[in-house]
Design a protein around this ligand. Structure first.
Ligand code: PRX
Length: 681
């Protein structure tokens, strides 16, 4: 598996240069109300008590039938959790709350146009809608337990409603991010073998109306060409009662859900009993190479895990209003907009649009308006909010108790802005490290029990025992100043079960590297390899350096992309930075740095020189960028990740940059390319 960068010497260690940051303490007012305050928890969740400590997670759910075996390890690394147990996900997210929280708001839908009213669903209303949609999926679409269905929808309340309706029937949902193309939905439908596509007519994004139904036609066409017949396309209307797409409906194939629903009015669908180990959903994620991988999550293990994380690490109480700006089309949205928050009976928000529309005050206005207490976003969103409105949060009366960051390492400087300006020095920050494959958080500091440290995610969450291994599988001790492969010693209930239809790739990609005996039945011989590099400080906190394949090698030294970018960001004029390796005859490769400046600054040769020298000073002369390109924007995915791959291709001078159509800002690619070609000439 290509996890080590091509050309790197086996055994060469990753050079790491970073400063220790000061600790920040949680406020006593937070600690006083927190869900996780029991200091003995880490003793109880120590490795010698594995796997039984995870029963505490499973007990947070209502089971139709209690499990017989907590952990089945008879076929490593295909673990099974809470075997023999039966439950239903939608029952746990809805029905069980009706007694105490019938009229509490379960979900707000916030449209992107600010003049459109916010739509509110109580737990009762959400339960009712989910039952009606489940009846429709069962009786009109003929879906039953174990079927796969592709859901290609934008951020609208009907997305979680559809997902919950699937789980009510035990149908395996395969949600494709709304911003992806029809082709992406087709590839995923074909791999998953879904017979049905659920979509929407359109939505607002960054002030523009996007016709989404057009993509469904493309999906069906591509599937047909490859021999998969999608029997029906079910379409939600963004404005109920009004079809708002220019794309015509295909007779006998396309059906408007809103038109069909009255037939199922007031129907109640008995929640189907699903075995704990039966799959709940698929989520495709890209690997370092090859086709997307269908990460398969279980029912009982996954739901137990995300429920515990929502309760203990997001600290959601029923009275909290929780706002996560991720997209439900990603794992963060699945686990922490939909399933975790609803399972613990909280109030969650589905926001249609982009964080900075119509201006950088939007998230803070939503927070102020709805009384948001917990806020969840990514470093990229924070950087763009800070760039567009550094003082903006101070103008609003919102007050968060907890703020979350996820998806990439957060620069200490951005962390401090989050803490001081967005959180007004009153909110706890949790930097949550995890992956699509892991279902829920793996490394986070416990918000009331452990101190915050900017730029470090923290120690393992309760029950998770991370370790850093070197190329040969030897443990790198904390405080050694060396980075290595971030691995998890023990299995956990939220972990993926396999890759759909490709169990070999699952074993190869995540477990084979550090397994010394493929015949071993002992879970201790099967550490999970995350594909990230990290280092562990003396205090046990992990600092994530990025994907192993994001590591660049310069003159035989391996440098984490993030640390170079962090150094560049210490230059006050720099708003965003991305480093890539460009080929060099002498050194193998040299760093090329792409930066976006804060408004009001002009690119000058002096500034480029200042940035180069700052990186050289902060890290080492080896890391000094060979070139600094000051560009208007960086290419980003719709989920906000900087696409270094595209920048690397531009730096290499590739003519073909691959598919850029799924980017949030494809137009910027040509501009960057022209700029780089001119200056390299
Ligand atoms: O490199 C790590 C980074 O995002 C990767 C997982 O991406 P994905 O499966 O899309 O899931 C994103 C949401 C969980 C990881 O391998 N990553 C995620 N969280 C952090 C992070 N890097 C640093 N700090 C984090 N908190």
């Amino acid at each position: 598996m290509a996890i080590r960068e091509k050309g790197a010497e086996p055994g060469s260690h990753i050079g790491v240069h970073w400063k220790e940051e000061d600790y920040y303490e949680p406020r006593p007012s937070f600690t006083a109300q927190a869900n996780l305050t029991d200091e003995s928890v880490f003793e109880r969740f120590s490795l010698e008590n594995f796997p039984h400590y995870f029963e505490e997670y499973a007990r947070l759910l209502d089971w139709f039938k209690h499990w017989e075996k907590t952990f089945d390890d008879s076929n490593p690394p295909f673990w099974r959790w809470f075997v023999g147990g039966e439950l239903n996900v939608s029952y746990n997210c809805l029905d069980r709350h009706l007694k105490d929280r019938r009229s509490q708001t379960a979900l707000y839908f916030v449209p992107e146009p600010e003049d459109e009213p916010i739509v509110k669903y109580t737990y009762y209303e959400l339960w009712r809608r989910v039952n009606e949609v489940a009846a429709l999926l069962r009786d009109f679409a003929g879906l039953k337990k174990g079927d796969r269905v592709t859901i290609h929808m934008p951020m609208m309340a009907e997305l979680p409603i559809t997902m919950l309706a699937c789980t009510r029937l035990g149908v395996i949902h395969n949600v494709v991010f709304g911003g992806f193309t029809g082709k992406a939905a087709a590839d995923r439908s074909m791999d998953a073998g879904s017979r049905l596509l659920i979509t929407a007519d359109g939505y607002y994004r960054n002030g523009k109306w996007l016709d989404h139904k057009a993509k469904a036609d493309e999906t069906v066409k591509i599937c047909e060409e490859h021999g998969l017949h999608l029997e029906k396309v079910l379409i939600w209307q963004r404005y109920p009662g009004k079809y708002s797409s220019d794309t015509p409906l295909v007779e006998g194939r396309d059906y408007i859900i809103n038109d069909l629903l009255p037939r199922y009015r007031h129907q109640v669908v008995e929640p189907v009993r699903v075995k704990s180990e039966e799959p709940m959903f698929l989520m495709y994620t890209s690997g370092s190479t090859g086709k997307p991988k269908g990460v398969q999550h279980s029912t009982g293990g996954y739901l137990s895990y995300v429920t515990a994380m929502a309760k203990y690490y997001l600290d959601i109480h029923p009275e909290d209003v929780y706002f996560c700006m991720a997209d439900i089309g990603w794992i963060t949205g699945h686990s922490f907009i939909v399933y975790g928050p609803l399972s613990v009976g909280g109030t969650t928000i589905v926001y249609e649009g982009v964080p900075t529309y119509p201006d950088a005050g939007r998230p803070w206005r939503i927070a102020e308006e709805l009384g948001v207490t917990i806020f969840h976003t990514s470093p990229t969103a924070l950087r763009s909010l800070r760039k567009a409105g550094p003082e903006e949060p101070l103008k609003y009366q919102h007050q968060f108790k907890l703020m979350v960051t996820v998806g990439e390492p957060i620069e200490p400087d951005v962390w401090r802005w989050y803490y001081h300006v967005v959180g007004k020095e009153k909110a706890v920050i949790v930097d949550t490290w995890w992956q699509t494959e892991t279902g829920g958080f793996l490394i986070v500091q416990a918000p009331a029990l452990q101190k915050m440290k900017p730029g470090s995610a923290g120690p393992g969450v309760m029950g998770i025992h991370p370790v850093i291994l070197d190329e040969e599988g030897n443990e790198i001790p904390p405080g050694s100043g060396k980075a290595g492969y971030l691995c998890i010693r023990n299995p956990w209930p939220g972990a993926m079960q396999t890759l759909w239809g490709d169990p070999d790739r699952y074993v190869r990609g995540y477990y084979a590297k550090f397994n010394k005996n493929p015949q071993s039945k002992d879970w201790r011989d099967w550490p999970y390899m995350s594909g990230d590099s990290a280092m562990q400080a003396e205090d046990g906190y992990f600092r994530i350096l990025g994907r192993i394949d994001d590591v660049i090698t310069v003159s035989g030294h391996r440098l984490g992309t993030k640390e170079i970018e962090n150094a560049a960001l210490t230059v006050p004029q720099v708003a965003e930075a991305a480093i890539v390796a460009a080929p060099d005859e002498i050194k193998g490769s040299v760093p090329h740095l792409y930066v976006v400046l804060h408004p009001g600054y002009e690119p000058t040769p002096e500034l480029a020189q200042l940035i180069r020298e700052t990186v050289a000073r902060e890290i080492s002369p080896i890391a000094r960028p060979d070139k600094v390109f000051m560009v208007p924007d960086l290419p980003k995915t719709r989920s906000g990740k900087i696409m270094r791959r595209i920048l690397a291709a531009i730096s290499r001078g590739d003519k073909d940059l691959g598919d850029v159509t799924t980017l949030a800002n494809p137009e910027v690619v040509g501009e960057i390319q022209a700029h780089v070609q001119k200056s390299l000439r």
